[in-house]
Design a protein around this ligand. Structure first.
Ligand code: ATP
Length: 240
């Protein structure tokens, strides 16, 4: 069961008008894996995630999630099936409290006892959120909002969690904290696809990695092997 494919993207192409942003990308994520997609600014990583979630329509190619083709399945229907994304910039509801944000994450669930229990679990994982439970989300720091975005996404009981640049705009200490949380969530068995520009931290946390350059996957493999690959080190880990 460890090799069960949760997501399979085949020859994905996505364009904005005449601009071809993704030019034939293939990747897969298996159950329980933390897979990272790294690459420079503008490589097409966010566009790939948006196609997977249904926010953008592919020009061609196939996206299969839990063995089902996602063609014609709306974004909200994908969320209902457990395909949940935390967008770049977090997307928390600034004018709602922390608790209200967590409840929104569970809006498709009907098990109110389970929801309550999960909110308590989130407070254990993220003590900071408990301290601030009744505070408006918009008043929290960027790092705290990223924690909240993560907790809110987990409230939806995702079968695949897509993270877009969770470290963006955060202080080094906060970045370390966020990656601690990502590792902990992964260790709990949540399957994740992580887009990051911080290739070093992403590969350290991940099981496998893909490199995207100009809309094409140019490298793929075991994350630990990629960390020591001279081509990756030179291009993405700031080494000569
Ligand atoms: P970043 O980390 O900066 O988001 P990325 O790898 O996620 O980089 P994308 O955001 O997917 O890259 O962008 C891929 C290409 O598509 C870029 O050339 C970008 O300029 C272009 N692009 C992205 N969004 C749009 C849009 N809404 N309209 C037109 N072009 C876009």
């Amino acid at each position: 069961a460890d090799t069960e494919i949760v997501l399979r993207v085949t020859d994905l192409q996505v364009a904005y008008g005449g601009i071809q942003a993704v030019k034939g990308a293939s990747l897969e994520v298996r159950k329980g894996e933390l897979v990272t997609l790294i690459g420079a600014n503008g490589a097409g990583k966010t566009t790939t995630l948006k196609a997977i979630t249904g926010l953008l329509n592919p020009a061609s190619g196939d996206i299969a999630y839990m063995d089902a083709p996602m063609d014609g399945i709306r974004a909200d229907q994908r969320v209902a099936r457990g395909l949940v994304m935390i967008p770049e910039g977090r997307g928390v509801f600034a004018r709602m409290t922390i608790v209200e944000n967590l409840q929104m994450g569970a809006y498709l669930r009907r098990d109110s006892a389970g929801i309550k229990q999960d909110i308590e679990r989130m407070f254990e994982t993220f003590p900071r959120l408990k301290e601030r439970a009744d505070q408006l989300a918009g008043t929290m720091s960027g790092g705290e909002q990223q924690m909240l975005a993560m907790a809110r996404a987990l409230m939806a009981q995702p079968k695949l969690l897509l993270l877009d640049e969770p470290s963006m705009g955060l202080s080094p200490i906060m970045v370390d904290k966020i990656f601690e949380v990502i590792r902990a969530v992964s260790a709990q068995g949540v399957t994740m696809l992580l887009v990051e520009q911080n290739a070093n931290l992403a590969l350290q946390a991940a099981h496998r990695g893909y490199v995207m350059e100009s809309g094409v996957i140019t490298m793929a493999g075991d994350a630990q092997a990629m960390l020591v690959d001279p081509r990756v080190r030179e291009a993405y880990l700031g080494e000569e």
